[in-house]
Design a protein around this ligand. Structure first.
Ligand SMILES: [Zn+2]
Length: 729
């Protein structure tokens, strides 16, 4: 029988053909990646792996043992070689002497925390990867390869009331048990001692935490990890409670259409309710398993106990907010009322938890809002500082649901004691890590919708705001162009490490959507997708516009006149009008930028429809600034003659302009070269004498949307190189 057939509850992915071509460190990277791809084996960012490898010491040229171990903040699934720390084993082991010399030692002592800084002194090969707090778990276990995972089926045992007995029932003599203890040097020593007492142990169940196991061969270590998890999962499966899982069902789910309609209405409102201090980005996670939990009799009891694995609750917080609402028997208004009351109670509870558990040197209380909200019929809504974080949060709580399912099937689920949870959440080492992080960017936690992002100024603006940390909705009449811009952003910034999220909510930091701003239904459909993707809308920048050149006699047909107005004037109005409902539901300060034109202020021949439509757009800016105050600032960006990469300057138009101004050119020249010639000519007519670029426009679109212009509304800012005829007065 092939190895892969022995496993029903985990994916067996080891391939000798791949592994045998790799050096020992790459084999560790490979083992880590394949373990990390299966959420039943470990969660995103959770667990760590190590190998002790013989390497040449760069100073002495001798062979030394080096511990390669997943570094701080890494993720197994996406780890590269650079994510592993490397330490001289003999130097690392000598740290035990320093630890033992301390007068006060043990878990949570000063010496334990200070050991983390000592690991750097043992670095092999100038490797800059920082060692994690779990390093001693790997360094102090005298086997060549160690896997520490957070598998659902093993955490289920570790989070059960009678976890020690269950460990013995499931694993017999093969695996031992250690009670919950915050990871650190002392836990490493506890494990080392366990092994000393029982040298035949292959692994340990770590109370309220996970699994650790070892072998002297890396493939054997991988297979052991899988077989222990498989064994636990089979035991759980044998005790499945079927219809009686979570005490049976109390509520029924909504059909998908009603669910999405409710979510579209609810999410911006909910985002506003929890985002008064810090904005959050949402992820909707709705699977059959999640629905079975939120609709169940036991959901409210189990939600109150909170998550168990310390890795989970750092993101999910000590517990979620569960709203006991009947999706079929109660109204939407009743849901809002219950949410409001629930949030007040949640925040008070969180404050009480902080006050009860804090130490004299604890960091100040963090945002007391829940990051996971559970609603019968609707599912799980997670919130985080960015999309990847909220997806990780959704993943963690959905894994916690699976842990509770399994634990309640085999025993009774219990959470981490509150003080222990607090001592992780407010651990000074975690606080130091937070303090080391770079400050958040201008548009972090914001959703910026750029309409017209498929080309020209819109595309440049999408790139500009993404640089400021925005989640960017690239919207364009052309879906392909919108998606292409979103893809460029994703290629630059990555999709993040989160894997949860249902449908469009499983997106990265940028999405591409089609929109026809001349049609209200199309705008509405676009916003519905934005809400399901991110939970709300912050800034909107409209760059979409049209210039229809008149014929040789200067004539513009009526339908083209109408089209010009419907795109340049009615379009931004409809966008603002549809966004207004979302903005009001959120109640968060934000901004709208509409692209008008220097032509709005200059009367000239040959662009009748365009110029008058842009003059109307200028006034639309002013009217909307009044209409949408005080929540939304509305400003206009008035570009002139950006020729570079502009869809408004196709080759024909460029050639006719060059001809009109008697500028020499060859038919064989590329369009970009012709555009450059025209741009240089236009630049000479301005006060600043330099060509106006897309980047110049994007910079001002960004600035007007940013907090830097927080006191400016109803204004038009020209980016035209200085055209005195276009001065506004
Ligand atoms: Zn762990």
């Amino acid at each position: 029988m092939a190895k892969s057939e022995e496993f029903k509850h985990v994916n067996y992915l080891w391939d000798d053909k791949i592994a045998d071509q790799l050096d020992p460190v790459e084999r560790l990277r490979y083992r880590s990646n394949i373990l990390g791809t299966d959420q039943r084996i470990t969660n995103t960012g959770g667990g760590n792996t190590s190998s002790k490898v013989k390497m040449t010491d760069p100073l002495s040229g001798e062979q030394v043992d080096v511990l390669w171990v997943k570094g701080s903040g890494g993720d197994l699934r996406t780890s590269r070689r650079a994510n592993f720390a490397s330490l001289y084993i003999d130097k690392f082991l000598s740290l035990e002497n320093i630890y033992n010399k301390a007068e006060v030692k043990g878990v949570k002592t000063e010496i334990e925390d200070s050991m983390v800084d000592m690991y750097r002194h043992t670095t092999y090969g100038l490797n800059p990867a920082a060692s994690s707090i779990d390093t001693p778990l790997h360094g102090l276990i005298p086997f060549r390869h160690v896997d520490h995972m957070h598998p659902i089926s093993v955490i289920a045992i570790a989070a059960s009331k009678d976890q020690e007995r269950l460990t013995h029932t499931v694993f017999e003599e093969e695996v031992g048990w250690v009670p919950w203890q915050r990871p650190g040097f002392d836990l490493g020593l506890v494990m080392k001692e366990k092994l000393k007492q029982d040298p035949d142990l292959k692994g340990l169940v770590m109370g309220q935490h996970g699994l650790i196991n070892w072998a002297d061969d890396d493939k054997a270590c991988y297979e052991l990890t899988l077989s222990l998890i498989e064994k636990a999962a089979r035991y759980v499966e044998g005790h499945d409670r079927g219809d009686q899982t979570f005490g049976g069902q109390k509520y029924e789910s909504l059909d998908e259409k009603t669910r999405n309609e409710t979510l579209v209405k609810l999410l911006p409102k909910l985002r506003g309710m929890i985002s008064q201090a810090n904005r959050f980005i949402g992820t909707v996670h709705v699977t059959e398993n999640v629905l079975q939990f939120v609709n169940s009799v036991d959901a409210s009891r189990l939600a109150e106990i909170g998550t168990s694995c310390p890795d989970h609750f750092l993101r999910t917080k000590i517990k979620p907010l569960y709203v006991d609402w009947d999706p079929h028997g109660e109204s939407y208004e009743a849901l809002i009322e219950k949410l409001e009351k629930g949030l007040v109670a949640y925040r008070a509870d969180y404050e009480a938890y902080y006050e009860a558990c804090k130490h004299p040197d604890s960091p100040a209380m963090r945002d007391p809002n829940p990051t996971v909200i559970l609603i019968p019929g609707l599912g799980l809504i997670a919130w985080g500082k960015n999309k990847s974080e909220s997806r990780v949060t959704a993943e963690f709580y959905s894994l916690a649901i699976e842990v509770m399912r399994a634990s309640e099937a085999i025993s009774e689920y219990q959470g981490l004691p509150r003080q222990e949870a607090f001592d992780i959440e407010y651990w000074l080492l975690e606080e130091a890590k937070l303090k080391r992080m770079p400050p958040e960017k201008e548009f972090a936690r914001n959703v910026v919708v750029v309409i017209g992002a498929g080309s020209g100024i819109g595309k440049a603006t999408a790139h500009r705001v993404a640089r400021e940390g925005a989640h960017v909705v690239c919207a364009d009449l052309s879906e392909d162009a919108a998606r292409a811009t979103a893809q460029e952003l994703e290629n630059t910034y990555g999709v993040g490490i989160g894997v949860a999220g249902t449908g469009i909510s499983g997106c990265g930091p940028a999405i591409g959507l089609s929109v026809d701003i001349t049609k209200r239904e199309s705008i509405r459909a676009m916003f519905e997708n934005v809400i399901l993707a991110y939970g709300g809308v912050d800034n909107i920048i409209v760059t979409a516009g049209i210039f229809v050149p008149p014929d040789k006699q200067g004539y513009i047909p009526d339908d083209k006149w109408e089209l010009t107005y419907s795109i340049n004037v009615t379009g931004p109005y409809l966008v603002a009008d549809e966004a207004k409902k979302i903005w009001q539901a959120q109640g968060l300060r934000t901004s709208l930028v509409i692209t008008t034109s220097a032509n709005a202020a200059v009367a000239k021949q040959g662009s009748f429809a365009y110029d008058t439509s842009k003059a109307a757009a200028n006034h639309l800016v002013r009217e909307l600034a009044i209409e949408l105050s005080p929540l939304v600032r509305v400003n206009g960006l008035a570009p002139a003659t950006v020729v570079e990469g502009s869809s408004m300057f196709p080759r024909d138009r460029v050639i006719s302009s060059l001809t009109k101004y008697n500028i020499a050119f060859e038919e064989s020249e590329s369009t970009e070269s012709l555009r450059d010639k025209l741009a240089v000519f236009y630049a000479q007519r301005t006060l600043t004498k330099s060509p106006i670029t897309l980047a110049d426009q994007a910079e001002v679109a960004y600035l007007l949307s940013s907090r830097k212009f927080s006191k400016t509304t109803g204004q038009i800012i020209s980016v035209d190189g200085g055209l005195h005829e276009a001065f506004l007065r």
